[in-house]
Design a protein around this ligand. Structure first.
Ligand code: ATP
Ligand code: MG
Length: 755
């Protein structure tokens, strides 16, 4: 249990103490219209966690009231997820569809109480009658139907006598309620659709607001815990239960903040798009934030539950850094899994003074881990090491093998390079080396040779070929907006990585640390003895954010002064100089500085533009994004624009003549035509709009058109700010000044009722 109690557990304890409920009953109520994701894991952890902590019960209920999107495969996926996370729903899974008859009876009861009526307005009129946040709605003329007529119509709706949309059943509440949800909400709609469980028995289906509270009640739920966006629905929840005058105790709804995570999308609808659009390989693709994806990738239930625990339960929505989840899995695996050696990009080493072969006894676990077990690693005069663990022209601080610098083979001997063999095009094909017989790891090293790091290796004759799947983030940006933000390099398959034989022959575990590479998992679907397949779960350290500088991995013996990160090619001296200047003098972020410094053309272009305009950060961004993209498609001499024009463009951004969004458009035009950016802006009328008098009417219009979102925003869903700002920018074709829009939108939205 949490040491410090969250607000939900505080409520539960109070209710138990006061005797409001004898037993805590919660429920996890997913709609079976997609595979559950990490957000659902949070909800599962909360609902099942609370039931466990207070000796209660948590139901698993499929909220299957929308026949067109639901399916049994999703029911199974939801059950799998709950089970895999280690929870138990007891005897049976519940389905809202099992309550369809009961729900129908409750609806009839409301009609008989004159608390519900059949409405026959068309959709548009109904929306119009609903009013806005600032204006009350108007009740439909059909609300005056007699109870008998309503009963008759409702029954005929059920019997399938009417077309979809011809009528609906609505609660008779209050068309001028401040909470717009309470303006006679819909309870039932006609839908002639086959239901995956109920078949064709029903032509009407209950709405969430009606079905959910009553399902909770019928199951004896005490605490109905849901996410914040349902805050305004709580009034309906209470109205239905109170109006029907049900026998107590009844459930109450409590809301918590939804989990959002960067570099991914979370809603099932968007995940479905990725799956159906074949952007990923199915719902369990290890790049997806689905539970099935994490499971297949090699995450452990414990790591996910730890993550859910760490992020806590709050009342305000926030975005969690995916690095935190990655931290949790590293932290879980670090002391548990065997450490072995695998070479992903092999470079042959021939040790000229070594004859024969031997087996080196090496522990699977490092000394500070309370686990035992070891294997034999074959050693010989022909080995493979990782290609980038050798460097002919090493930059400063390169600690691995070079023509002058020896290196230790992990668990083995120290070797030194004698000769570099290259092919006709200058690629290194082999290293001739010698080894120091007195330097063997584990025994007393009397060789007197100093090394700065130890690298992984395998013996040529005994190494096994394996397939390794390296996963990166599915999206390039923190808050992806669509498919255009997909990271094209999110999956890299290496068909012929080489691994030490014990991993395949002994199968000491399913998860491993491949030394210096990261954590890997034997793919539960595609792994065969002929073709072993390993998924990369996570790297050894956070290579994206670089926010957390120290992880536990760095307590590894060689890690202190040694460059552990073998993934990045070293920089030349010049590149390093540029990089240092860009980060320290120009204050560029490391990624941008890295891109520029490593590309001679880009850095020259950048330096030239800087001579025209002293705006290092903005110029760097434009050069590394826009100019670099052009260069992917064109040769340097095909570019239609020059450094001066790029500087001109940045200047217009700097002095806010144009927005950065428009700048992209101008750049594109300039790249196509070679026209001066100033001319483009002039002739197309792209000058930025910063005058509040011009922007305010647009904002007001958007506020009036989106009453639901206004309501949600005011109810605390401040994430919607982005929605409003986005709408304004969109309706000005990107010309409005985002800073000004942001301030004005906040100001307009926080004014409660304006007349
Ligand atoms: P999605 O928009 O991803 O389809 P949903 O809210 O429609 O999600 P449901 O299947 O209705 O998904 O949700 C089941 C339960 O899981 C609900 O109680 C819901 O509040 C909760 N849930 C869904 N997404 C999240 C999230 N991101 N964080 C926390 N809880 C979530
Ligand atoms: Mg949903």
């Amino acid at each position: 249990m949490n040491e410090s109690k969250d607000f939900l557990r505080t409520i539960v304890e109070k209710d138990l103490k006061s005797g409001k409920y004898k037993e805590v009953v919660t429920r996890f109520p997913p709609e079976p219209n997609g595979f559950p994701h990490i957000g659902h894991a949070k909800s599962i952890a909360i609902n099942f966690g609370i039931a466990r902590d207070y000796n209660g019960h948590c139901n698993l209920r499929m909220d299957d009231t929308n026949p067109t999107t639901e399916d049994t495969q999703y029911v199974e996926a939801l059950k799998d997820a709950v089970k895999w996370l280690g929870f138990d729903w007891g005897k049976s899974v519940y389905f809202t569809s099992d309550y369809f008859s009961k729900l129908y009876e409750y609806a009839v009861k409301l009609i008989k109480m004159d608390k519900a009526y059949v409405d026959s307005l068309d959709e548009e009129t109904m929306r119009e009658y609903r009013g806005t946040v600032t204006e009350p709605g108007k009740r439909s003329q059909y609300a005056q139907r007699s109870i008998e007529e309503n009963l008759d119509l409702f029954e005929r709706m059920k019997n399938g006598e009417f077309k979809d949309g011809a009528h609906v059943l609505r609660a008779k509440i209050d068309m001028s309620a401040a909470n717009m949800k309470m303006r006679d909400p819909l309870l039932y709609r006609i839908k002639h659709a086959h239901h995956f469980r109920a078949g064709d028995a029903w032509s009407i289906y209950p709405m969430y607001d009606f079905a959910h509270c009553l399902s909770d009640y019928m199951e004896g739920v005490s605490h109905s815990i849901c996410t914040l966006e349902f805050e305004n629905n709580r009034d309906i929840y209470d109205w239905v239960l109170d109006t029907l005058d049900l026998e107590p105790p009844r459930p109450y709804q409590h809301e918590f903040a939804r989990l959002g995570m960067n570099y991914t999308v979370m809603s099932k609808r968007k995940l479905l798009e990725l799956v159906e659009g074949e952007q990923v390989n199915g719902w369990d693709d290890p790049r997806l934030p689905t539970i099935a994806g994490y499971k297949r990738r090699g995450y452990t239930p414990k790591s996910i539950l730890t993550f859910c625990d760490q992020i806590g339960i709050a009342k305000a929505n926030s975005m969690v850094d995916v690095a935190q989840l990655e931290f949790c899995i590293r932290d879980d695996l670090n002391p548990k899994v065997p450490r072995v050696m695998c070479v992903l990009d092999p470079l042959k080493i021939t040790i000229e003074n070594y004859e024969g072969s031997e087996e080196i006894d090496a522990p699977y676990y490092p000394h500070d881990v309370p686990k035992e077990g070891s294997r034999k690693i074959p050693f010989s005069g022909e080995l493979y090491i990782e290609r980038d663990d050798f460097n002919e022209n090493p930059p400063k601080g390169y600690f691995r093998l070079t023509p002058e610098q020896p290196v230790r083979l992990r668990h083995g001997y120290i070797i030194a390079c004698k000769e570099v063999i290259k092919d006709d095009s200058g690629n290194i094909t082999e290293i001739k080396a010698i080894y120091y017989p007195d330097s063997k790891s584990g025994s007393e090293d009397t060789s007197g040779i100093k090394v700065k790091s130890a690298i992984q290796w395998v013996s040529v004759a005994e190494a096994k070929t394996v397939e390794v799947r390296l996963y990166d983030r599915l999206f390039k940006v923190e808050e992806p907006e669509g498919m255009e933000d997909i990271n094209p390099d999110s999956l890299q398959v290496i068909k012929d990585a080489l691994i030490e034989p014990a991993v395949i022959n002994e199968k000491p575990d399913e998860r491993f640390q491949f030394e210096r590479q990261g954590y890997f998992y034997a793919d539960p679907v595609d792994y065969t003895d002929e073709t072993p397949v390993f998924n990369k779960i996570v790297g050894l350290k956070d290579s994206w954010g670089k926010k957390k500088k120290t992880t536990k991995d760095e307590s590894k013996p060689q890690a202190k002064k040694v460059q552990v990160d073998g993934e990045v090619a070293p920089m030349t001296e010049l590149q390093q100089l540029l990089f240092d200047k860009y980060t320290s003098e120009f204050k560029l972020n490391r990624e941008v500085a890295n891109t520029l410094a490593r590309d001679e053309y880009l850095s020259t272009f950048y330096e030239k533009a800087l001579c025209v305009l002293n705006s290092p950060i903005a110029l760097a961004n434009l050069v590394t994004n826009e100019v670099a993209r052009e260069l992917k498609q064109k040769q340097v001499n095909e570019l239609k624009f020059n450094t001066t024009q790029v500087a001109q463009l940045v200047k217009m951004m700097d002095d806010e003549t144009i927005s950065s969004k428009i700048a992209k458009q101008v750049f594109e035009e300039m790249a196509n035509t070679g026209e001066d950016p100033e001319q483009i802006v002039e002739s197309k009328g792209l000058v930025q709009i910063s005058d509040p008098a011009k922007i305010l009417p647009i904002i007001d219009d958007i506020i009036a058109k989106n009453p639901d979102n206004v309501e949600k925003f005011r109810a605390g869903n401040t994430k919607l700010l982005g929605f409003f700002v986005g709408q304004v920018l969109k309706s000005t074709g990107g010309k409005a000044n985002p800073k000004v829009v942001n301030t004005l939108v906040q100001q307009q939205l926080s004014e409660p009722e304006r007349c």
